[in-house]
Design a protein around this ligand. Sequence first.
Ligand code: ADP
Length: 442
Amino acid sequence: MTFRITLFIIAQLLGGLLGWYLGGWYGALAGMVLGSGVVFVVDSLRAQRFLRWVMEPDTSAPPLLRGLWGEAAYRTRRALRAEQRKVADSERALGEFLKAIQASPNGVVLLDSEGRIEWCNETAAQHFGFEPQRDMLQHIGNLVRQPAFAAYYVGKNYERDVTLIGSEDSASHPVKLSVQLHPYGDGQKLLLSRDITALAQAEAMRRDFVANVSHEIRTPLTVLAGFVETMQSLQLTEAERENYLSLMAAQASRMQMLVNDLLTLSQLEGSPLPSNSETVDPRELLDQCQTEATCLSLLLHPQNEHPQILNFGPAPKFLLHGSVGELRSAASNLINNAIRYTPGGGTIDVQWTQLPDGRARLAITDTGPGIAPEHLPRLAERFYRVDRSRSRESGGTGLGLAIAKHVVQRHGGELQITSQPGKGSCFALVFPAQRVFFKAVG
Ligand code: ADP
């Protein structure tokens, strides 16, 4: 600054001296004014260059200035650079943050104070059917038009969530969303959405299961209570008493079977998967099933009527890695079904084979009534029955196929069902090749 003042005085003095030399005292005055003017014009030109540079969008190349304007340009450039670095750092941090939100399995939508969409991640776009480019700054109420959401939005009670139907919902593939708004900042809102389809399905299955079990138990219980009441209030003959007691025993045993099957299922669900350390000998399994099957068949179709023909195929040479108890339960459920549903005179074949790809297959084929194709996909669901009264009459619980399917799946295999109405059915347990092995000879 001192330098600039000195320069200004020197320019005035030089102008004054030159003016005095050329034109006396008036010349000195004019020379001083001229000297100040030159300094002023040069300084203004330098200030203009500085200003032009500051106003340019690209401030990377500062003008070549010295003195005060050079210092000002240097300091301005340094401040601008620091500012640019800060902006770049914040942009990078924001980019990383948005990338993390993009990766979230939940939908995230940022709404401004008017309820317009400022940003949303891909999951939210998929949940609500938004098109991110087109729908930015659209009001959320124009895009999510379900009445439940409209009521939730205007209700302003955002402490709980609301359940909505996802944009990809269809009859064959229902989609349920849990949606919640979280106010923040100056009237803005964060909208979070979560796909709860699997949760809702599990909850519905649990409800159905409890309802089914209650219904299955209530029927024999009502019958039992009825008999007890009759026996308490009426004078019965010995023969009637015997008859009532045997009917009561049948109902009690039905409840017992149901409870046993429920326990088997819950044990299957709660225990670890069968390891490879246990060995199952299909020959022994076949022998045990044959003894049991012969007794049941004789019981249901006595010899003097039309007996069933039971064919148990040859014992296979291979062994299986798996749980003896579980495999026995699965096989006997399928064989019992074949005996129960096949009328007298019909044939039941039980056969172990090894498939060309190394898998082991236990097939139970009967010449029973068969099952219409529309029932096949749901047949192994718990309590699903083609003919409810037929199942109950023959002592069914509605859980046999569910148990068989669960067992074979726990072994990494599958339950195959083929059937032709009027001709018969084939239920097969197929085990993966990794579970099949042969005994070392010697
Ligand atoms: P249930 O105890 O009623 O037999 P399952 O789960 O074992 O229950 O079988 C489900 C349904 O599948 C049965 O109710 C029956 O309608 C049908 N089913 C099972 N096995 C056979 C079969 N061998 N022949 C015809 N229908 C069968």
